[in-house]
Design a protein. Sequence first.
Length: 482
Amino acid sequence: MAKHDSHQLKVSSEIGPLRRLLVHSPDSGLGKVVPSKAQDWLFEDIVHLDTIRKKEYDFYTKILLYFLDPQKIKGRLEEIDADKNKRKFYKPDSDSFFRSEKVVELQWLLADILKDHEIRLKLVASVCAIEACSYDTQKELLELGAESLAKTFITGSLDSDKMLFAPIPNFIFTRDIGIVINDHVLLNKPAKKARTREALLVKYIFFNHPLFEAYHNNIIELPDTNHHFLMPRDGDDRRVTLEGGDVMVVSKDHILIGVSERTSMEAAHVAINVLFEKNIVKKITIVKIPRKRDYMHIDTIFTQVKRNVWVMLGAFSKKAITHEDADAVQRILEGTRKEEKLKIIQFRKKDLENPRYFDNLEDLLVDISKNDLECKGAVKFIYSGNNEFPYDAREQWTDSCNLLALKEGVVLGYDRNDKTVEAFKESGFSILHAHELIEKLENGKLDVDSLEDTLILMPSAELSRARGGFHCMSMPLLRDDL
């Protein structure tokens, strides 16, 4: 295993061995989402807090620690999970919190920077301005300790359970707050008002925490379009909005940017100019997908599993887009429907005027595997729901395509997507449930280095209601090069 500086930032693939990432554990704010506000706060449903924590997300934390920081957990599991300890190991505001520099919790980074008096003043004033708080509330916040203030900024509530402002339940989806591209960080510009406070807190963390000190000059904030604030409401497509679920670093020279419900074409335009100007990459492919809640970001319709293996939604395959299975009349009629079509344009820095176009997602992914990652053999696709209707659409909705690679070929996904699991088995992958993997890692019957071509299944009854998988719940800070 390579040795790394604990402050190093570098991501140049989707599948290189993961060494450090940013996460946020489900906080009490998730337990306050009410049905009438769920969609405003970008959740599909209300979740049961105790289940999402203890019976689901805690498994994710354990697996991340076993892979990235095993000395924090190995041999200690019985003690950590003992009822008397009341999950303190998993709670960021507890003295017994695991506090790893490899599985990095946003809440304690926030608490760290809030120990600085000047930052406290600025952040309290900024949050109070965003949330239209009274002057008395502002004074009340300034009296809190750093840990309590960090918790309140995230949950919206004081320790007394008094609510001051809305929670930010999407903070668990750390992928969207920014993305590491080689040794630079591209910060997001959220599309929805519900995520404004998230973006503010994250900006302060990246610009002020010692963990990122060496990279302050490598942080990119996308500027707004000139005079965008003078545009009428129907000029919203000119807004610069970008979320990390729409950015994939597929090689050191090539990134994909999705244009979706959450990332605007204007943001793609600005990002291309900035990234090429700074010589961060040589190739940027724009993947424009239908603006539908079903799809949200490009990582909800495909993610990478190995150099030559991808999981994806069959609706965007070559066969589906060319209506290969349709009769002549249907093919002609379907061909006129524009709303379901993808648009894929690849720009190269050295020849901006002559982009490449791809008709379907499979052609693009094959090109990445063969030309960027130099795969010699066939490129394989594993389809959501095993490409069977209606399971393909049902399982894409519960994030069958949104997988996190811990290393090449070893990915985390939800246990509820049965047909997709079948498709992985048919492609030669082993299937391991989280609880059995943890048991084998703890008793020494397995070690992480020996795992190959494995889909790790995580409990997901509550997590899936939030509409995001493990790709969404991770912001990789460091991966080994492929």
